[in-house]
Structures are given as C-alpha cells and as structure tokens.
Write a protein that binds this ligand. Structure first.
Ligand code: APR
Ligand code: PHB
Length: 390
C-alpha cells in the first residue's frame, strides 16, 4: 500500500489532519488500533477554542458542531461560598468557546472521512513506524492476522500517550518533561439537567469540583479524589453528596441528581516530549503532550499541532516550501508549553494539595484574591481559556 501521509491513530488529531489534507487533494491513510465504536465510547472533555472551531469548519465538518454545540461566553469560579464570573467575551474583546463533546466531534470526523472514501483502517495490530530518517519511511502492521506495509512520504504519530510512535524514537533523540499530581478526577455523566447553563469551577477546602455539561439534558460533573480509592469505592450517592459539599449553597440546592451513565477516575498529569519530529515522522496531540484537564487545553493543544502540520504539509506539497516542516516542532512546542503553563496554573490554583506547606496555601489564596480583584489577571485567564492565537 502507498500513500502520501501515513497517520498512526484515529483519534481527533489523526482524523482532523486526514480530513483537512483530503480537502486539499493530499492523500492519507489512518491506521487505528481500535474499532470506531470503541473510539467513540471514550468520554473526554469538550470545550473547543474558537480557533479549533474554525479548523473544523475549514475541514468541512463544522455543521453539526455549529448547530448542536453551545457557545459559552463565560464561566464561574466558586471560592469561599462566592461565585466569580469570568466574562470570556468581554475580557477578550468578543471571543468565546464552544461546548461540544469530543465523541461527537470524532463521530463527525469519521462520518466525513467515510463519505469521501477516506481510508481509515480499524483493528490494526503491531503497528511499527520504520526507516524514519530515510526519504522512504514506511509503517508495518497486521490486519486480520495478515502482515501489511504502508509506504509514505511522511508519518504522523497521532496515536495518543500510550501509542508506539513516540516510543519508536531513539531514547537519546527525545527528552521528556513530566509532572504527576497527587490526585485524580472522578467524573460522572448523568442524564440530568445541568445545574448551571455555564461551567462552574469550584475551589473548596474539601477539594476541587467542576460542573460541566454536554447538552441541556446531559450533565458532566467532576470531583478531585485521592488516587488511593478506585471508582468502585464511589457509589453514585457518595459522589453526589461529596459534590454538593464542594459547591456554594445556591448551586448545591439546585443540583439535580440521577444515576450515572458513566463514571471513571482519571489521574492528572503534565507531560511534554521534545522535539516533536524525528526524521520524517511528526508527533501530534497526546502522543507528544498531556495536560491536566483543569484548563480544558488537551484537545485544543492537539488542534494547534494539527493546524501547524496541515499548513506545513500544504506549503510542502503546493509550493515546494519546507520551512513549515522544518519549524514544526519549534512552533508547535512554543504553543504547547503555553497550554502546559496555563493548565498547570489552573490546577495549582483550584486543587487541594494535601502535602503543601502553610506558605504554599497562603500563596494559593493570594493568587485567587489577586485574580478576582484584578482586571488584568482576569484578562490573562480569559485570553488563555479561549485559546492563544496559532
Ligand atoms: N496503533 C494504532 N492506533 C493506536 C495505537 C497503535 N499502536 N496506539 C493508540 N492508537 C490510537 C488510539 O486507539 C486512539 O484512538 O490512537 C488514537 C489516539 O487518540 P487520542 O488518545 O484521543 O489522542 P489525540 O487524537 O491526539 O487526541 C487529542 O487530547 O487531551 C486529549 O481528550 C483529548 O483525547 C484527546 C486528545
Ligand atoms: C468536561 O466537560 O469534560 C470538561 C470541561 C472543562 C474542563 C475539563 C473537562 O476544564
């Protein structure tokens, strides 16, 4: 088999790139380990920066997002029983975010690839990117027990944090930076009316909580939990009781509870691998970097990689200009690190760190007081939340 771009991983990163390239007449094949149903069953965040939304529209897959996604022009931070409104639109001169679930967005991308005859091969095993530093890189894999080979001009490693692409880079050619946080998020999805039309991030002495949503009939809530407990330790009742304790009274009294339709614990981690290129393989999305979910940057950081890669590929194939490919890693990482800084900052600001000293707790309180009393600090928060320019 032969194609121009061999993409490992059929998550949002791989599919979006494949669809954007297709619109420009550039061929790709996506190799995905799991079934489509499995990929779509994963519950992930769903706050899209306006720049990401534009990229979806450019890929010709923005119609459902625009029809069904909710434009959010602000959110609340609850602290000390008070709600502080972050007016994203006012603070950024008109920008906002779109709340649209990652599963919906991924389904739209799959539908678009299918409609236009895009090659997405599911259920591939033993995927291995090969000859990365040569002009003829290729990918070997097995499908239904049969060995296959995909020759391509370039390989994109978009196979998430646990994928094979990053691991195919020799250890002395890649550097990894990591911070692991001493807690996780217990998330619950429930078919209940969201407690608030906008998101509420809550800082409480019992721990962080988040009220989010997928639609006006589907709520998504999270609480910070110690990693010593498993999801089986949390009955629905225990979850709702703990969530209520962490929300201001005017919110918890309105909270509609119900059976969870999904419940899971995700550990929090910051991670970056540098550089994001090795020979003719380029890493994108979770394959190269992970953020804690607090600032809703994960999917958006993946989208910015795809933006740079897409334009670099266009310049290469349409203009014979390789500057974008040469600069990809540096450009992508500059924005990735800004997303890392923001996610780390929001995580430090809003969570309880059981081991921290009195000094650190005082700094955290001061950071919150400063934020709520300074228009400049609020502007900085808003500018990062809606997404820095590409
Ligand atoms: N071979 C083929 N596919 C693989 C392999 C492999 N060896 N390993 C993993 N994959 C697939 C996974 O099954 C998954 O569908 O690669 C895909 C990677 O998708 P994601 O993990 O969703 O990563 P990405 O596409 O970069 O999406 C951006 O940022 O913070 C997150 O929630 C956000 O998941 C989103 C991500
Ligand atoms: C979510 O809806 O899942 C969500 C929203 C905002 C975040 C994290 C997760 O910061």
């Amino acid at each position: 088999m032969k194609t121009q771009i061999g993409i490992i991983g059929g998550g949002p990163s791989g599919l979006l790139l494949s669809q954007l390239l297709h619109k420009q007449g550039i061929d790709s094949v996506v190799l995905e380990k799991h079934s489509r149903a499995y990929v779509l069953g994963r519950i992930r965040a769903g706050v899209l920066e306006h720049g990401f939304a534009d990229l979806m529209r450019e890929a010709g897959v923005g119609a459902r997002m625009d029809a069904e996604g909710e434009v959010h022009t602000g959110f609340d931070i609850a602290y000390d029983g008070m709600r502080h409104h972050v007016d994203l639109k006012g603070l950024t001169g008109g920008n906002s975010v779109i709340v649209y679930g990652q599963a919906d967005l991924t389904r739209d991308l799959y539908d678009a690839r299918e409609k236009t005859g895009g090659a997405v091969i599911h259920g591939v095993e033993n995927v291995q990117p090969c000859d990365l530093t040569s002009d003829n890189p290729f990918i070997t894999f097995e499908k239904d027990g049969e060995k296959q080979r995909l020759d391509c001009d370039y390989i994109i490693g978009a196979d998430g944090f646990h994928g094979v692409s990053r691991k195919a880079i020799p250890r002395d050619k890649i550097k990894e930076f990591e911070r692991v946080y001493p807690f996780g998020w217990l998330g619950v999805l429930s078919e209940t009316k969201p407690v608030s039309p906008e998101l509420i991030y809550a800082k409480h002495e019992r721990g962080f909580a988040l009220c989010s949503l997928r639609s006006q009939m589907l709520s998504r809530y999270y609480i910070q939990v110690p990693l010593s407990k498993t999801v089986q330790d949390w009955s629905d009742d225990a979850f709702w009781a703990e969530l209520k304790k962490r929300l201001p009274e005017d919110v918890s009294s309105q909270l509609e509870t119900g059976p969870s339709i999904e419940k899971s614990i995700a550990p929090l981690r910051s991670f970056v691998a540098e550089p994001m290129r090795y020979g003719n393989m380029f890493l994108a999305g979770d394959a190269a970097h992970i953020v804690p979910p607090t600032g809703a940057r994960g999917l958006n950081s993946a989208a910015s990689d795809i933006y740079y890669l897409y334009h670099a590929m266009l310049d290469h194939y349409k203009k014979g200009d390789d500057a974008g490919l040469e600069n990809y890693s540096q450009k992508a990482l500059a924005r990735v690190w800004k997303g890392q800084r923001f996610s780390w900052w929001m995580t430090m600001l809003l969570h309880n760190f059981p081991e921290t000293s009195g000094f650190d707790r005082k700094l955290q309180q001061t950071d919150l007081d400063y934020l709520f009393s300074s228009d400049s600090a609020m502007k900085s928060l808003a500018e990062n939340y809606v997404g820095l320019p590409f």
